[in-house]
Write a protein that binds this ligand. Structure first.
Ligand code: ZN
Length: 387
């Protein structure tokens, strides 16, 4: 078994663990653990909100979740010998749950909401129980599927220059509509910033500068790519000495798009990693954002019911807009599933959690983009095809 280099007790906040971890990105957050290339190691991770969501039937905790505490990450790990300009090779060797359950939430409007917040403004929650590789939910009867477990969030620390670039461009975006609720981006926020073992004046400075963990960026981060499961290899650009790798937000399963935002099956868990270095790899291959080679271990779903979405909403045409088209595909799927005893909220939760396939059909056939959303038929006890 890979040696546990970062231990987490899921009953405690990350602020009370032996090693505190972090919930912001900054090159000055110190690494407490060193790893040699070639070494396999296990990292335990808190669920992304730091344990604010409970195994209960009420969605009250999802409605009132404090996002300034997210995402709780384990690390950073100092990968010995990695230097700016190298590629860090990270192998995801295995993933599992620490507590045997997870949750999917629909975020309320006050929390920034999800992909369809205008239609589903109220918080909802489904609890999932894990049986080995399978998930079932008392809140979604008649459904069982094998999870494609993966880290929602994994990446290396940015350089000071890259962090400055992120902050500048995100400030510029937010400034285009400064009173919008929710805002167009989440700017640095000192409140509830967890920055490893940093203390004093240095901690205060970093808390003001550090980037939030919500968006994916050039270093990876919150990519939410559901197929980064067991056996995946990732090539990360290295921006700082020792790479400073961190990981968290483990998902038992997720549908493409993670559309409810709190929308995968979120869990506390462990992940086994292996690391290696390709010297000067960024320059040799001209790589400025991560490459992923998804692993060979996934469930074999062969039959899908696939819904079409085009970039037309409420009678208005949106020019080649794949986001609008995916919204429409999701809404068609949600409405259709109400034929089989599910509420629209249950159907929405299911699309966030189950291994649904989002695919871009076409983005050239003016004026309409076409995006499809496929639901595996085998996850339902009943036959959901039209008859
Ligand atoms: Zn997540």
């Amino acid at each position: 078994m890979a040696k546990v280099l970062f231990h987490v007790d899921p009953k405690k906040s990350m602020t009370e663990q032996d090693l505190p971890g972090h919930n912001r990105w900054h090159p000055d957050i110190p690494a407490e653990v060193g790893v040699k290339p070639g070494e396999d190691f296990r990292v335990e991770c808190m669920e992304w909100t730091d344990g604010q969501i409970h195994n209960t039937d009420s969605p009250e905790d999802v409605a009132t979740v404090d996002l300034s505490r997210a995402h709780m990450l384990s690390g950073p790990f100092a990968i010995k010998g990695a230097e700016p300009g190298d590629l860090l090779v990270v192998d995801i060797l295995d993933i599992g749950s620490l507590e045997g359950w997870g949750y999917t939430g629909i975020f309320a409007k006050e929390n920034g909401g999800g992909f369809l917040t205008d239609i589903f403004p109220e918080a909802r929650k489904a609890i999932w129980d894990f049986h080995g590789i399978y998930a079932t939910s008392r809140h979604l009867p008649g459904v069982q599927f094998a999870g494609i477990s993966h880290p929602g969030l994994i990446g290396c620390a940015p350089s000071h220059a890259l962090l400055e670039e992120w902050n500048k461009r995100e400030q510029e975006l937010v400034a285009t509509d400064p009173h919008r609720v929710p805002p167009l981006g989440l700017l640095p926020l000192a409140e509830n910033a967890l920055l490893g073992t940093l203390k004093g004046a240095q901690r205060d400075r970093v808390a003001k500068e550090a980037a939030r963990t919500i968006p994916p960026r050039e270093h990876g981060g919150n990519v939410d790519i559901k197929n980064l499961s067991r056996g995946t290899r990732i090539y990360f650009p290295v921006y700082v000495r020792d790479a400073l790798l961190s990981v968290g937000d483990l998902h038992f399963s997720q549908g493409d798009g993670e559309i409810t935002f709190c929308g995968a099956i979120e869990m506390s868990g462990w992940i086994d990693l292996g690391v290696d270095i390709i010297k000067d790899g960024m320059n040799r291959y001209g790589i400025t954002s991560p490459l992923f080679q998804p692993g060979p271990v996934e469930p074999h779903y062969s039959q899908y019911l696939t819904f079409e979405g085009i970039s037309v909403e409420n009678g208005r045409n949106y020019y080649l807009d794949a986001t609008i088209a995916y919204r429409q595909a999701a809404l068609h799927a949600i409405d259709y599933l109400t034929n089989f005893g599910y509420t629209r909220e249950q159907a929405y939760l299911l699309l966030g959690a189950a291994p649904i396939e989002g695919r871009i059909g076409g983005v050239v056939d003016i004026p309409n983009a076409c995006v499809s959303l496929g639901i595996p038929l085998e996850i339902f006890e009943q036959d959901i095809r039209p008859r």
